[in-house]
Each structure stands twice: as structure tokens, then as C-alpha cells.
Design a protein around this ligand. Structure first.
Ligand code: GDP
Ligand code: MG
Length: 177
């Protein structure tokens, strides 16, 4: 069955968007190596890959992470152009990151990402429930109203991180497979 897998590898560009500090790089590390690392500012775009096997295909995720340009509101559309998946990440303990996610959403919907792109709203830092400022219901509502998908994760504990990637893989396969 190795042969059929080789001929059915789909390349999937997945970009991480969201405010500085919400945990994008931490999630990317989890996806790429299933481990949590505190990250420091680096120069240039980080790029990780992760392979997900579904029943009859292999999805090769190319995971794009910013180097902190979002801090200066200077993420170029080139970054997310052609993306099959955009993970729109906010921090459940920082309300303004949730509002910022909505600004991102409007920008994505405006022109750069075609309707077939899977946009996934991700409420990260789920482990900090005691400090929660955005309810899961609010996240779910925003997603439902915009035709998005929604998951809460913790890049710290790893909770729901693999599940998220698996769900994204299934959805992407339905869209582009
Ligand atoms: P980015 O700017 O969006 O790439 O965010 P980072 O991945 O650099 O994370 C920013 C800070 O939040 C770091 O100190 C991380 O250790 C921390 N962090 C990231 N994800 C989580 C999480 O799920 N829970 C908690 N408690 N801290 C997190
Ligand atoms: Mg980062």
C-alpha cells in the first residue's frame, strides 16, 4: 500500500495567523514535533512540515509561521496567499486577541483567500481557564456565523492539538481531495 500512498500525496499549505503572543509558534512546534517549546523572536518565516495519513491519502502539511511580523501589523498577503488552511488563533485570556481575529477574518474574506479555503478559529491557552476572558460559546458563535470551524487548544498541555490537525486534515481532504 506504500505505492498508492506515494502517488496520492497532497500538499497542504497551512498558515498561522493571529495576534502576537497567542501561541502560534507553540502550536506550530506541537504540530511539527509534538512537543512544547517556548519561542523567542527570530528573523524570517518559520516553516515546518507534518505528514498526516488518512485512509487512502497522505497529506503533507506545510505549516507557515510568522517571525513576529504581526506585532507590527505587517504580515504580507504573500504569506497567506494560496493557503488551503488558515488557523486563526486567539488567546482565550486576552479579549483583544479575539477581536483582532475578527479583523483578520474580514481581511481574509475580502480578497486573498478563495471561498474554498478552510478557516479554522482556534482559541488557545485553554489550560488557563481560571483567567478566561472569552467563552467557548463566543468562539463557537463567531465560527458558526462565519462558516468557520472552531477548536479550543492548549499548546502547553497539548490538549486538542493532535485532534485539531486530524480534523483539519479531514476537512481539507473533503475540499481539495
Ligand atoms: P506567538 O507570538 O503567537 O507565536 O506565541 P508563542 O508561541 O511565542 O507563545 C507566546 C507565549 O505564550 C509563550 O510564553 C508561550 O510559552 C505561551 N503559550 C503558548 N501557548 C500556550 C498555552 O496553550 N498555554 C499557556 N499557558 N501558555 C502558552
Ligand atoms: Mg511566533
Amino acid at each position: 500500500d506504500t505505492v498508492s500512498r506515494l502517488v496520492q500525496t497532497l500538499r497542504v499549505k497551512m498558515v498561522l495567523l493571529g495576534s502576537s503572543g497567542v501561541g502560534k509558534s507553540s502550536l506550530a512546534s506541537r504540530f511539527g514535533r509534538d512537543e512544547f517549546r517556548s519561542t523567542s523572536p527570530t528573523v524570517g518565516c518559520a516553516y515546518l512540515t507534518q505528514v498526516v495519513h488518512l485512509n487512502d491519502v497522505t497529506l503533507r502539511f506545510e505549516i507557515w509561521d510568522t517571525a513576529g511580523q504581526e506585532k507590527y501589523h505587517s504580515v504580507t498577503p504573500l504569506y497567506y496567499r494560496g493557503a488551503h488552511v488558515a488557523l486563526l488563533v486567539y488567546d482565550i485570556t486576552q479579549r483583544e486577541t479575539f477581536l483582532r481575529a475578527q479583523v483578520w477574518l474580514r481581511e481574509l474574506e475580502k480578497q486573498y483567500i478563495p471561498g474554498s479555503t478552510v478557516i479554522w478559529l482556534v482559541g488557545n491557552k485553554g489550560d488557563l481557564a481560571h483567567d478566561r476572558k472569552v467563552s467557548a460559546q463566543e468562539g463557537q458563535s463567531l465560527a458558526s456565523n462565519g462558516g468557520l470551524y472552531f477548536t479550543e487548544t492548549s499548546a502547553l498541555s497539548g490538549d486538542q492539538v493532535n485532534e485539531l490537525l486530524q480534523s483539519v486534515a479531514h476537512r481539507v481532504y473533503e475540499c481539495i481531495g
